[in-house]
Design a protein. Structure first.
Length: 418
């Protein structure tokens, strides 16, 4: 029986596995490394985060992005975005050097058993573990506007569905959303010859400013410090103090989660959009129907007024919504035992343990508890170290740590709110 099985081999899963191995745990991580970055993002994209804020985490900090870039004969510089392909290669390099026991099989099911979990792989092998960490990234949580539900994939897709955009060359494509994914997708479409359009509910697009220089007078740094989520004291708190953020009242955390770091485009994509992409603002799709040439979209303005838009394909760059019910690889009985917050996401304790003892969560699904940093690679460093401490604490508690209700024969622990 393993001490820890990690499900997911993106930045969070690889970082957790590296810390667990260094702590002497018997660990195995499942999944195709960096799958979302390699298979679900178009070529030509860049990371929005700064290179120094995009490191995967190992305990000694040896396998950083800047080290990889130097190995490749490149330089990772502040305010110079890193390409998607480079970052994906960095993740593979990290996996080779910092992560033992990487198993590229997908996991089909995680189910409870006495004293731990059964983990079933895609080829039906069952492994057992005392603890499990789910680091499944964002792909289970794709969000598409309700008006587009039920339409065929040939006409409607999510921005995470595309490893490339070649199929849309010379076609009319409407990208729904006003954030980085929408704006950069539209820019790439336009640059390859598509007739690209952005449709957004907001009245204006928001753009992040060019980051201030790394070296600057102390008083400017004091006024607006650098952080892994951008300059400013609020971002500094979100990026650097997720443990303190977790201790805020739940109502405060919910308010921040709803408004912090809202949709905005990176400064370096602005000119690419404004020069070449049609932008339709202040409108929302209320209905959509298939027509011989594609889709007919009926839209409504925020201040009233109907409109019609015709297009060959819609790409919904409308983000992700983490919820317990979308964790389909958890068995129904295990999923039902997870306590949730007001947003439907599973609750986690101070060390990322869910309400079910021994089941730990990482990444986007923990953003309601630990703040906006969990939506970015930057959050992997805090998560990996903290979560592995929680795993070790759970393992030290021994069988008594799994409180089995009297009279139960299935060995299922009680769900304990923390």
């Amino acid at each position: 029986m393993y001490d820890l099985l990690v499900v997911g081999a993106g930045p969070y899963g690889l970082s957790i596995a590296s810390h667990a191995a260094a702590a002497g745990l018997t660990v195995r991580v499942f999944g195709r490394p960096m799958q979302a970055w390699r298979d679900h993002m178009p070529r030509g994209m860049f990371l929005k985060s700064e290179p120094w804020a995009s490191n995967l985490s190992d305990p000694e900090g040896r396998w950083r992005l800047d080290v990889f870039c130097a190995f490749r004969g490149m330089t990772a510089r502040h305010a110079e975005p890193i390409g998607l392909e480079v970052f994906a290669e960095y993740g593979l390099w990290f996996a080779r050097n910092a992560v033992p026991a990487l198993d590229e099989r997908n996991v089909l099911r995680v189910a409870p058993r006495t004293g731990g979990f059964d983990v079933v792989t895609e080829d039906r092998e069952t492994l057992t573990a005392r603890t499990v960490a789910l680091a499944v990234g964002v792909l289970p949580f794709t969000e598409v506007p309700a008006a587009l539900h039920g339409l065929p994939p040939a006409l409607v897709s999510h921005s995470s569905d595309h490893a490339d955009l070649d199929r849309f060359r010379d076609r009319d494509v409407t990208v729904v959303g006003g954030g980085q994914a929408a704006l950069e997708t539209a820019a790439l479409l336009a640059e390859q010859g598509s007739r690209a359009r952005v449709l957004a509910r907001s009245d204006r697009l928001r753009w992040n400013d060019v980051p201030p220089p790394w070296e600057r007078p102390w008083w400017r740094s004091a006024r607006s410090p650098h952080s892994g989520l951008g300059p400013g004291w609020r971002n500094w708190f979100y990026a650097g103090r997720p443990g303190l953020y977790r201790r805020l009242p739940e109502r405060t955390r919910a308010r921040i989660a709803a408004g912090a770091l809202g949709p905005a485009g990176a400064w370096w994509v602005r000119e690419r959009v404004e020069r070449r992409v049609e932008v339709v603002l202040g409108r929302e799709i209320v209905s959509a129907r298939e027509v011989p040439y594609g889709l007919r979209l009926e839209t409504a303005g925020r201040r009233g007024g109907a409109g019609v838009l015709e297009t060959e394909h819609v790409i919904a760059a409308t983000g992700f919504r983490a919820g317990r019910d979308r964790l389909r690889l958890l068995s129904p009985e295990l999923r039902a035992l997870l306590a949730t917050g007001a947003d439907g996401a599973p609750e986690v304790g101070l060390e990322f343990e869910s309400s079910y003892p021994g089941l730990f969560l990482a990444g986007l699904v923990t953003a309601a508890g630990f703040g906006p940093a969990m939506r970015f690679v930057h959050g992997a460093t805090f998560t990996a170290g903290t979560l592995v401490r929680g795993v070790r604490r759970r393992l030290r508690s021994g069988p008594a740590g799994w409180r089995v209700p009297s009279g139960r024969r299935d060995g299922l622990p009680e769900a304990v709110r923390r």
